[in-house]
Design a protein around this ligand. Structure first.
Ligand code: NAD
Length: 359
């Protein structure tokens, strides 16, 4: 089975879907062909891949093409019938991209659609990348904050620790909590899923009860709140937020715009010098004033709306993603050949082009 590894073309995307370490471990009968320079932006030279057994060439003729971002129209034109593409295909928002692959007869396996069952945990790229984003969000907040995060006792007097609030405590939020705690901040967190309280507390943070409780889907995701619940959450947060120096927001509902948690009025009630890092910027932002892709200062409050945060730490983000990819490739290869087992709930669940054809 030949696996093609193209260079990413989306501006600012520095990750790569396979790193040399994994190439050497894909097993008998799996050959990797990479586009020249595919891993350079993530810190992996072509020579490291060839030493691991890969060849430099045209990745688009391979049986399976592995990517980070969904193929652009120009990239999709290089694909042929029967090929498999594994990438973040954004099936719930990029219908056109999925239909393009379906029309070309390509089997698109979306990393977002891999069922979150125990057997699929090593393939969970949403989690691996959210881990990177949550960690980086805490670092960004610490960097933009004009004060210390930890408590300091110095000859010049005592500095109290900064207060950090994390909204949305899924994979990214829990990592942000852990990182902010390690940096010495006093951390509180809120999530609509009640099951999260215990996880927040086990990390040494305080669960902030804003009096709103949502429901959890079978897949473990939050359901969208009703309009009344959303309004109640905004009002309660507006009253609580001025007490924090940092707010990191990670709240998301798959396939929907990010829930609005922080209104413009709530930002204006914050102290000058406070920082909001909005990890939901890509899907519109949890804060009303977030500008996706930008960092702004409004009334002295810094609002960081950087998108594609995992790409700012491309080496480890790629390494984790690459291990996810290797697990997925392991499902697709039998005796060195590509075999799509549609009875496997992971393969069937991840394949979004079959659904597009059926729809
Ligand atoms: P996500 O990125 O979709 O959302 C982030 C968080 O935002 C979630 O915790 C969600 O509850 C929360 N949220 C949504 N609306 C909110 C609101 N209005 N206010 C506050 N918070 C809000 O979620 P995720 O990080 O991908 O994880 C979701 C769940 O899936 C978690 O329970 C996680 O532990 C679980 N999970 C399971 C597996 C597995 O079993 N293989 C793997 C990874 C994650």
């Amino acid at each position: 089975m030949r696996v093609g590894l193209p260079k990413e073309v989306v501006p600012g995307e520095r990750r790569v879907a396979l790193v040399p370490e994994t190439v050497g471990r894909l097993g008998e009968g799996v050959e990797v062909v990479l586009e020249p320079g595919a891993g350079v932006a993530a810190g992996f030279a072509d020579a490291a891949y060839t030493e691991a057994g890969a060849a430099v060439g045209d990745p688009w003729t391979a049986d399976v093409v592995v990517k980070v971002a969904a193929p652009s129209a120009a990239e999709a034109a290089k694909l042929h019938e029967g090929q498999v593409v594994v990438a973040f295909l954004a099936p719930l928002v990029d219908r056109e991209g999925v239909e393009r692959l379906a029309a070309a007869g390509v089997h698109g396996l979306a990393l977002e659609s891999i069922p979150r069952i125990t057997r699929a945990q090593p393939m969970d790229a949403l989690s691996s990348q959210a881990t990177v984003a949550g960690y980086k969000a805490a670092l960004l907040a610490a960097d933009r904050l004009p004060r210390f995060l930890p408590m300091l006792m110095t000859a010049a007097g005592t500095i109290p620790p900064a207060k950090v609030l994390v909204l949305g405590a899924g994979v990214a939020g829990l990592q942000a909590i852990a990182t902010a705690r390690r940096l010495g901040g006093v951390v509180s967190a809120f999530d609509v899923r009640p099951a999260v309280r215990e996880q927040v507390e086990s990390l040494g943070a305080t669960f902030l009860d804003v009096g709103v409780q949502g429901e959890e889907t079978e897949g473990g995701y939050a359901r969208e709140l009703t309009q009344e619940q959303q309004a109640a959450q905004q009002t309660e947060l507006q009253a609580r937020i001025p007490g924090f120096d940092v707010v990191i927001t990670t709240a998301a509902i798959p396939g929907k715009p990010a829930p609005r948690l922080i209104t413009a009025d709530a930002v204006r009630a914050m102290r000058a010098g406070s920082v909001i890092v909005d990890l939901a910027a890509e899907s519109g932002g949890n804060c009303e004033l977030t500008r996706p892709g930008e960092e702004i200062v409004d009334g002295g409050v810094t609002i960081v709306g950087i998108t594609n945060v995992p790409s700012t730490m491309p080496t480890h983000a790629s390494q984790l993603l690459s291990r996810n990819m290797a697990s997925i490739l392991g499902l697709l290869v039998k005796d060195g050949a590509l075999v799509l087992d549609w009875d496997d709930e992971i393969v069937a669940g991840a394949c979004v082009t079959r659904k597009a054809v059926a729809a």
